[in-house]
Design a protein around this ligand. Structure first.
Ligand SMILES: Cc1cc2nc3c(=O)[nH]c(=O)nc-3n(C[C@H](O)[C@H](O)[C@H](O)COP(=O)(O)OP(=O)(O)OC[C@H]3O[C@@H](n4cnc5c(N)ncnc54)[C@H](O)[C@@H]3O)c2cc1C
Length: 649
């Protein structure tokens, strides 16, 4: 809205001194590393200057600005991909460090791999490397201190939740960490807080997409989970009567749009057409109806309804299928595992920092003393002592801001003597050795780390295209505008962020949800940089490029404009009310999953993730990529499999 005075930089508050310390610090860390040539951790051979993670004030969850794949975390990987990383470099500096196991990737998969390995080999010495300045991988924590109170949000992995039940292995790990999702949900979720204040879900219709800016609260069940009639809700929207009638037909109608076909044939056809095509060509709705539903699938799958099968959308409880009388049974994407179909979802629970709590509990167990406390409640407010993560005396060491650039079997991969791993930290490249290695890192990078892998395996790994997405955390001075408007969460089909909501109200340990609208709060916003019209994979590639080239200022302006326009009726002033912004950008986000629209059903041994994850000498491959499912249970299961492969040697 460039010519709208309300959208001028001044009105939006672009010049305001919000907290974006990390935006500067993220670069400062990288620059400091470059200039200082720091060596690793507090190991005996380290130089006098401590590495940032050893500094007493090191606290990455509190950093704001551009986070997720932050500056300094990915550049070496891109140079490796482009073939110019090693040009003109001296051989890696040998640290002399030797471990039983090196794990690349301190996400939930890598941390779980260390857990499983130590379970089998209690005296094992393990080094965990990660390219980010914090551990957790996608399971990152955003921490704010607002008005004297701790406020938390997930910077990535939102919650314990999977379309499949957690396996005995993944569920067993949660249990070992003291997490009982069912008991926690019953005791800690405060789902009734916002409804008790009269706040509901709303849809924001923007003028660019729907002809007028309008916020309409009270979107009905079942999709939005609230009462009220569709007719009453739609009557308040700027949609034309024909479009409203079509949406009502899709939502509550019981029309069989595929008469005369069996459930099996219907399902087969639905699995090979997008939901968008189903709406437009089979249910024959007005094109504006497709715009209304376009972004419904983006949170779950990172792409819109043009790139997801209608059958998956049926499995995801999207509307429009009631009259088809489809037999109960699996929908492909929701329940597909490399081994076949599994039905039924998992238990769910959202910790205030999402699954970062799982990562923090794993670190507490692996590095005694680093995360104070005793259970999954006190860990929520515990402050990590990062200085303890990489101590020479520790049996498990976690080395941050250290990107693996090489993993090599020593000797013939058929019977290696061990593994040599090189990692870049600052301007230096360092070498460590181990008996074995688990690559729990993003699988598409493995061919660059292990160029001597068999060509078919490298080709399979090159096929991994992760889904880009952005989780933004915005700190607000108060939430009186939400309160006045009677809104707690908003879907914005035409918005830069396609949804946002007040922080999840969870009381756990010493952490209590904010209850008073005149107090500060965090807002969670989701953006998926989709490019409708392309295949899912092409959309993901284009979205990734977009995220890597979008400066923080663009995100900030869009956030201010969107919140300002959406909440204007409640008196929201973006210049006054926004006090801090953290943009967690994930150019390499969700693990790629099987998509019925573009991919054939293949036998297990021909699936790219299965070919790609084969053990290579003493190097085993974990990460959720290896299981082709973007969920925490998958990350844990894959860690268990990878460790099992090494222990069987
Ligand atoms: C925004 C977002 C929301 C999500 N929400 C959920 C959710 O609600 N529930 C759920 O179950 N799942 C969710 N997921 C999926 C999530 O990916 C998995 O649940 C899980 O956290 C993945 O763990 P991982 O260890 O396999 O991978 P990651 O978390 O990606 O960890 C891998 C780590 O390895 C690092 N790495 C990569 N290459 C190298 C290298 N060469 N050297 C050193 N380190 C390297 C990466 O940077 C990363 O830190 C979400 C994902 C995203 C992006």
């Amino acid at each position: 809205m460039p010519n709208d005075p309300a959208s001028s930089d001044e009105a939006l508050g672009m010049g305001r001194p919000i907290d974006r310390r990390d935006f500067l610090n993220g670069i400062a860390v990288a620059a400091g590393a470059a200039g200082g040539g720091f060596l690793g951790g507090t190991s005996a051979w380290a130089g006098a200057t401590p590495w940032p993670q050893d500094r007493p004030d090191y606290d990455p969850p509190t950093l704001t600005g551009l986070r997720g794949s932050h500056a300094g975390s990915f550049e070496a990987a891109h140079r490796l991909r482009d073939g110019d990383f090693w040009a003109g470099r001296e051989a890696p500096q040998d640290t002399g460090e030797a471990y039983d196991l090196i794990v690349v990737g301190a996400g939930i998969s890598g941390l779980s791999a260390a857990h499983f390995y130590r379970q089998a080999m209690p005296n094992a010495r393990i080094l965990i490397l990660d390219n980010h300045d914090d551990f957790g991988g996608h399971a990152k924590r955003n921490e704010f201190h607002l008005g004297g109170k701790l406020h938390l949000l997930n910077g990535g992995t939102l919650m314990i939740d999977s379309p499949r039940p957690y396996s005995a292995v993944a569920g067993g790990l949660l249990q070992a960490l003291g997490i009982d999702p069912v008991a926690l949900s019953a005791a800690c979720d405060r789902n009734q807080l916002y409804p008790s204040l009269g706040l509901q879900h709303a849809v924001f219709f923007d003028k660019e997409t729907f002809g007028a800016d309008r916020l309409v609260a009270g979107a009905p069940a079942p999709y939005y989970g609230q009462g009220g009639s569709w007719r009453a809700f739609l009557a308040k929207t700027p949609l034309s009567p024909a479009v409203r009638a079509d949406i009502e037909r899709i939502e509550i109608g019981k029309v069989d749009y595929m008469p005369g076909l069996t459930s099996e044939v219907k399902k087969d056809r639905l699995s090979r057409m997008s939901y968008r095509d189903y709406l437009l060509k089979v249910a024959k709705v007005d094109p504006a109806v497709a715009a209304f539903y376009q972004t419904h699938t983006q949170g779950e799958w990172g792409v819109g309804i043009d790139a997801v099968s209608a059958l998956d959308c049926w499995g995801f409880a999207m509307p429009g299928f009631a009259g088809l009388e489809l037999e109960a049974g699996p929908a492909p994407r929701m329940s597909y595992t490399p081994a076949g179909y599994v039905q039924g979802g998992s238990y769910t629970f959202h910790f205030p920092d999402g699954n970062a709590t799982i990562a923090r509990l794993l670190v507490r167990e692996l590095v005694p003393g680093a995360v104070p406390g005793h259970d999954c409640r006190d860990v929520v407010t515990a402050k990590v002592d990062y200085g303890r993560l990489d101590r020479p005396e520790g049996p498990v060491r976690i080395r941050l801001s250290s990107i693996c650039v090489r993993a090599r079997n020593l000797g013939d991969p058929a019977s290696p003597r061990g593994v040599q791993v090189a990692y870049a930290r600052g301007e230096g490249v360092f070498m460590v050795t181990a008996k074995a290695c688990v690559l729990a890192s993003w699988n598409m990078m493995i061919p660059y780390l292990c160029p001597e892998m068999p060509p078919a395996q490298k080709a399979a790994l090159h096929k991994v295209v992760k889904t880009p997405l952005v989780y933004t955390s915005v700190a607000l001075r108060d939430w009186t505008a939400f309160h006045k408007l009677g809104v707690s969460s908003v879907s914005a089909p035409g918005g830069y962020h396609t949804s946002f909501r007040l922080n999840w109200p969870v009381d756990i340990g010493d952490h209590a949800a904010e209850r008073s609208p005149d107090r500060p709060i965090l807002v969670h916003m989701t953006r998926t940089p989709c490019h409708p019209g392309l295949s899912e994979e092409e959309q993901n590639r284009a979205g990734r490029a977009e995220l890597l080239t979008t400066p923080f200022e663009t995100f900030e302006r869009e956030i201010r404009d969107q919140l300002g326009r959406t909440l204007a009726g409640g008196g929201f002033d973006p210049a006054r009310d926004i006090t801090a912004i953290t943009v967690n950008r994930w150019p390499h986000g969700y693990a790629p999953e099987w998509n019925a629209l573009w991919q054939p059903v293949l036998p297990l041994e021909q699936q790219p993730n299965v070919i790609g994850r084969a053990r290579f000498g003493h190097i085993a491959i974990a990460n959720s990529d290896a299981g082709a499912a973007a969920y925490t249970d998958c990350a844990i299961d894959q860690a268990h499999r990878a460790v099992g492969e090494l222990l069987a040697l």
